[in-house]
Design a protein around this ligand. Structure first.
Ligand SMILES: *Cc1c(COP(=O)(O)O)cnc(C)c1O
Length: 215
């Protein structure tokens, strides 16, 4: 099946309120253009340099989403154009995004990454830190960022029950803060687990290999 067909097939299965981020990391521009020509406008990348190169050479109505771990010293390279940063996992990073956004006269939408997996390698805030952030005025200090929601990654495991449990934990945290903080995005679910994520309340799925093939 072609990339265009795969995008169309996936779009058909998504509820209307769920946004598809096509994760195009490592893939060449031709592959992204196939998705673009099938109507896809939101692309996810995990390396700032690669994303910037693609931004330079591809149509300007694409919304570039940074889904990977971000190093503070590289924020400046994407600040002029990035549409949404999913993986904000420290206040230091939030502060730097605010600073670079201000320099570009922009307000940059961000998601706070929450640690839900049973793994050492995944980044993010825990429930206590999240509570401290939302119950303080730190977010109000930053005029050039807007926190629009939460993002999480489940454990890489075949145990569907565990994955469902982790998504449900994140959804509960989201519900706890959504209304008071005007959160509208719950970014969870990848190729292997997005149906489970949607069943547990995801509003944004990040799908790579199911669209572009394995990396
Ligand atoms: C690579 C990546 C994805 C997409 O993974 P697939 O399994 O290829 O769908 C989603 N989210 C993040 C954070 C990623 O790094």
């Amino acid at each position: 099946m072609s990339i265009a067909n795969r995008i169309t097939e996936i779009q058909k299965t998504l509820p209307q309120e769920v946004t598809l981020v096509a994760v195009s990391k490592t893939k060449p521009n031709e592959d992204l253009m196939e998705a673009y020509n099938a109507g896809q406008r939101i692309f996810g990348e995990n390396k700032i340099q690669e994303m910037s190169e693609k931004y330079e050479s591809m149509p300007k109505d694409i919304e570039w989403n940074m889904i990977g771990h971000v190093q503070s010293n590289k924020v400046k390279f994407m600040a002029p154009y990035v549409a949404l940063i999913h993986g904000v996992d420290s206040l230091k990073l939030l502060k730097e995004i605010d600073k670079q956004a201000a320099k570009n006269d922009r307000v940059i939408p961000c998601l706070l990454q929450v640690f839900i997996a049973d793994e050492e390698t995944k980044f993010g805030f825990d429930a206590t830190e999240l509570s401290e952030i939302f119950n303080s005025d730190v977010l109000e200090k930053y005029k050039n960022i807007i926190v629009q929601g939460l993002m999480g990654m489940a454990t890489f495991t075949d145990d569907q029950q565990q994955v469902a449990q982790e998504f449900s934990t994140l959804k509960k945290l989201y519900d706890q803060y959504a209304e008071a903080n005007n959160l509208t995005i719950l970014s969870m679910g990848m190729s292997g687990d997005y149906q489970l994520a949607i069943a547990n309340g995801s509003t944004m799925v990040r799908i790579g290999s199911n669209i572009f093939g394995s990396r």
